[in-house]
Structures are given as structure tokens and as C-alpha cells.
Design a binder for this molecule. Sequence first.
Ligand code: MN
Length: 256
Amino acid sequence: MANKTIKVGINGFGRIGRAFLKIAWDKPEIEIVAVNDLGDVLNMAYLLKHDTVYRTWSHKVETKGQPARNASSIADAGGEKSKDITILQIDAHQDLRDDDRDYSNNPSKYAHSAVMRRAHELGFPIVQVGIRTFSKYEYNFWQKNKNIIKVFPWTKNAKIPAINEIVKSIKTKKVYLSLDVDGIDPSFMPGTGTPVQGGLEWNYTLNLIEKLFQAKDVIGADIVEVSPQESSVLTEYGAAQLCYAMITNKFRKKLK
Ligand SMILES: [Mn+2]
């Protein structure tokens, strides 16, 4: 019987999808034609190589071309150079580590705590709001790059800035808004992985979103770090309201 090739597309590159790819890899009768997943290509490659259950895969894993969705695609979405798009980051954390070696056994440059470092390398000006915990690496890095990373700390003795002050600190017309829900005070958004007390107040956040969308051309946004609690839907509902606020403020003029 002639060798039949079966063409297969993998939908979802979770543990099952990855396990299937690994099995199929050494079977000549199966040809993987596509992997459909919303994840970052570099992160997918990393998970393929290192898996907490299946351990390290012995095959060489490489990525080619631009990942479909990462900080550089922000610039693509805006049709601009990265230096012309400011990332406004609402967050308790700077996420400016070079990698996560201080708390992970498999350090990755694409860890969530390193995302703004990568964005900085791509040339995006960054404005950080709500920051109240730093690693010394992040703090030192920020101090060296104060000209392009503007920080509004939310620490015990910091003065809460007027919203206009934040908007004025953004020097570009185009803005990408990245909202980590732990930037907001955990009394409003308790369901998150690394809560830190003393964040942005709820209505302050809504007003900041409104002013930002009025004053700037917001070309994209994300809401991250929702980690639902069994006992309360507060955080999911809050995240949905933030999403609603972004969409309605963006399209306010068209809605009239
Ligand atoms: Mn955070």
C-alpha cells in the first residue's frame, strides 16, 4: 500500500495540541499543515521545548519571521514606527525584567514580567501608571532610561497625579493602552495573580480611560491578568466594564 499522507491542522496549541504535534512529528504519514493559536509564536515555541509535564523535547525548535502578535504588531496595527506609539501601561509592576530567572527554573525573555523590556527594545516610549513594587533590576533599568520610560508611582508617599498630568506626559498622538488589572486597587479587582494593595481607584481609572481616548488616538488596547475567584465575579465584571469603557470612548462620536 502506498504511503498516504494525512494532512492535519492543530486547533489550539495547549498541552493536547503540543502532545499531538510531538507524536506526529516522527510519523511520515502525518503532515502538520497549520497550528491555529492566538498565543505568541515565541512563547509557543518555548512551551513546545519546555513543558512542566512532558519535560524538554529533544528536537530543535526554531521560529522564523515575525510572530503574529507581539509588541511589534502593535506598530503594524498603527501603521507607524514604534517610536511614534506610546504604550500607556496601567500596572502595579513595571514588567521590565530582562527575563524571569529570579523566580523561574526555565527563564524566558518572553515572561509576563519582561514584556515591557521587550517593548522598550523595540523602541516604544512607555508611560507606566500605578507602579508600586519594583525589583532592583527593574528599578535600575528605569533609572537609566528615564528619558523614554516615564513612571507615575503609586507608592505610599507618592502624590496621586492629576489625570491631565498623565495624558500630557504622552508625547505621541498614537497610544496603545495595556491595562493589567492589578494596577487597580485590589479592593475593586481582587481576582488577579499578584495583587498589590493601594492601586488606582475605580472611578479614577474610568476617568483616565475617558480622557486618554478624548486626547489621543488609541490604536489598540489589552486587559490582562484577570484570574477569576470562585467566591466573587467582581474582577470579571470589572474587566468587562473597562473593556466597555474603552470601546464606547473610542467610538463615542460614531455612536451619536
Ligand atoms: Mn502586574
